[in-house]
Design a binder for this molecule. Structure first.
Ligand code: SAM
Length: 273
């Protein structure tokens, strides 16, 4: 049961194996949720030893997601496709978006069948939401999925959410091509709400030890430098103010007081137009 052998199993098989640390459940553990198993907690604790700021980074990331969805919904974009949506927690995308636009359609997409069981349970009586199991590496299949097309009008602006997702793709998965496909497929005035783990300011050894924790998990981790994260976007996207910044600093109102202690730039987030 070396990581390389594990990788021969499908994502679904690994996600259902209680001995394989699961990236969705590890994140839930960092957020203080209840949906995690011993292997997830062990791996999460191992990561906290190497990178004690990870819990704050996860909380800051989740708070950024809420602020960004609220701002985008308030700007008039009323349809959301949340890819790599994760286990339902507080301030899920449909809750935030539908507070601003009560009938905002929201499609949740995740590769992990366990995540989707939880998502379906909390969304059962929400007529404006849909849940799709899919792999972001097959972005065309997501954009063409019948349930996506049923709920989302490709003649109107769309907000795609890919928050804390693309660092689970290796360079070989070509995450830049995924961003490029979105740029071509989305209607004008669409946005991409985005965040990604960032290696700036970290020792190489810390990055290696932290990413090694994920080598036996459901998905591997590829943290990238801010230059490499910017490069995923090519030159066709522009960043909504305040740009691609540490998630903690992504605030529309500069007077908005931070809820968490100010953190190093280990998680970058922004809204790309
Ligand atoms: N977006 C949420 C947030 O930031 O609060 C949850 C992020 S969670 C850390 C990452 C999610 O990405 C997990 O639920 C995992 O199952 C999902 N994921 C990982 N690889 C994926 C892939 N190739 N396609 C779709 N989802 C994926």
């Amino acid at each position: 049961d070396t990581p390389s052998l594990d990788r021969q199993l499908s994502y679904e098989e690994r996600a259902l194996d209680p001995t394989v640390p699961n990236v969705a459940r590890m994140y839930d553990y960092f957020l203080g949720g209840k949906n995690h198993w011993p292997a997830d907690r062990d791996a999460a604790e191992q990561l906290l030893k190497v990178a004690p700021w990870v819990r704050d980074a996860a909380l800051s990331n989740r708070a950024f997601l809420g602020r960004a969805v609220e701002a985008v919904a308030a700007s008039g974009v009323r349809q959301f496709i949340d890819i790599g949506s994760g286990l339902p927690t507080q301030n899920n995308v449909h809750e935030v978006a539908q507070r601003v636009q009560p009938d905002a359609p929201v499609v949740y997409v995740d590769i992990d069948p366990v995540v989707l069981v939880h998502a379906r349970a909390i969304l059962a009586d929400n007529a404006h939401t849909e849940v799709v199991q899919a792999d972001v590496r097959n972005i065309d299949a997501i954009l063409d999925h019948p349930d996506v097309r049923r709920l989302i009008d490709f003649g109107e602006p769309i907000a795609v959410v890919m928050v804390a997702l693309l660092h689970f793709l290796a360079d070989a998965d070509d995450p830049a091509a995924i961003v490029d496909t979105l740029e071509e497929a989305l209607p004008p005035r669409s946005v991409l709400i985005f965040s990604h783990a960032c290696t700036d300011g970290l020792e190489e050894g810390t990055v290696k030890e932290a990413t090694a924790v994920y080598s036996g998990a459901t998905a591997t981790m590829t943290a990238r430098s801010s230059a490499d994260i910017h490069a995923l976007f090519g030159d066709k996207w522009t960043w909504h103010e305040p740009g691609l910044v540490p998630v903690h600093d992504w605030r529309l109102d500069p007077d908005d007081k931070a809820l968490l202690p100010k953190m190093a730039a280990h998680f970058l987030g922004g809204v790309a137009i």
